[in-house]
Design a protein around this ligand. Structure first.
Ligand SMILES: Nc1ncnc2c1ncn2[C@@H]1O[C@H](COP(=O)(O)OP(=O)(O)OP(=O)(O)O)[C@@H](O)[C@H]1O
Length: 249
């Protein structure tokens, strides 16, 4: 039996007449990268927002790291959120801060009594991990798109999250930089022992980073399994067309 870090059962969410999630069941296993795919508007971002309770589900059970979300106080929910790292599509760095200051910010805001030496060690170690120690005193405007994504991932990792959410990590990047980011996602799993949900439209990213794929179709996960299981032998026309349109065979 694999250890589950996120368990979702019978999750429903509608906005008026728009039934976005219609009974979602999903498990994220410890140590895996789970890729979530689905057409634009299928509800991937809504799902992630519900997982951190930025949106409230209409119905359904969610357990994260052993905690039933419906039973948590706001304080307990905030503690749980600290164990979840978000690497967003727009890497969300503060433009007026240097790379060092961007990385220090979540640390000093969330952990009190750290010494200067401890902060410097963490920042420098993280920058080494993502291969960008030379950028420490640069401003975000001086970085390439791929470098910004790497720094965004480093900033997320600085609080040692157990779970990572990557939202379209390769969007807008050239193919070589995409390879770099895919490798980084795999490296993070190995080095930091994270369990991750990767939302992407990029099937190469999905194939390279994903241990399992989960395809959201009409408000439910219609196919869950390895890349080969889900795509290469697909018979469901929704999934087949998704693969045919997106992937150069
Ligand atoms: N706060 C909201 N209020 C009303 N409708 C919303 C809200 N948030 C999302 N929706 C609707 O929910 C549906 C799913 O949106 P969502 O952003 O999750 O799609 P997605 O799969 O992430 O799409 P994309 O791949 O384009 O990012 C859409 O129809 C969207 O309009």
């Amino acid at each position: 039996m694999r250890e589950t870090v996120i368990e979702i059962r019978k999750l429903y969410k509608s906005f008026g007449e728009n039934d976005v999630l219609r009974g979602v069941d999903l498990d994220l296993y410890k140590g895996e990268n789970l890729v979530v795919l689905g057409k634009s508007g299928s509800g991937k971002s809504v799902l992630i927002k519900i997982l951190v309770q930025l949106l409230k589900q209409d119905e359904g059970y969610i357990n994260i790291l052993g905690k039933d979300l419906s039973k948590l106080s706001l304080r307990e929910l905030n503690q749980l959120r600290l164990k979840i790292g978000f690497a967003f599509q727009a890497s969300a760095l503060y433009d007026s801060m240097t790379v060092r200051e961007n990385l220090e910010f979540p640390l000093t805001r969330n952990i009190k009594n750290l010494t200067r030496k401890e902060i410097d060690y963490k920042v420098e170690h993280l920058l080494d991990s993502v291969g960008l120690p030379q950028t420490i005193n640069q401003m975000p405007s001086e970085l390439s798109g791929g470098q910004k994504k790497r720094i965004g991932v480093a900033r997320t990792l600085i609080l040692n999250p157990e779970i990572m959410f990557y939202d379209e990590p390769t969007a807008g990047l050239d193919p070589i930089t995409c390879i770099d980011i895919n490798n980084l996602i795999n490296q993070v799993r190995e080095e930091y022992k994270t369990s991750s949900i990767v939302i992407t439209h990029d099937l190469t990213c999905a194939k390279v980073t994903g241990d399992r794929m989960a395809v959201l179709v009409e408000g439910q996960f219609k196919a869950v399994g390895s890349f080969e299981e889900v795509f290469e032998n697909a018979t469901d026309p929704n999934i087949k067309s998704f693969y045919d349109y997106n992937f150069i065979k």
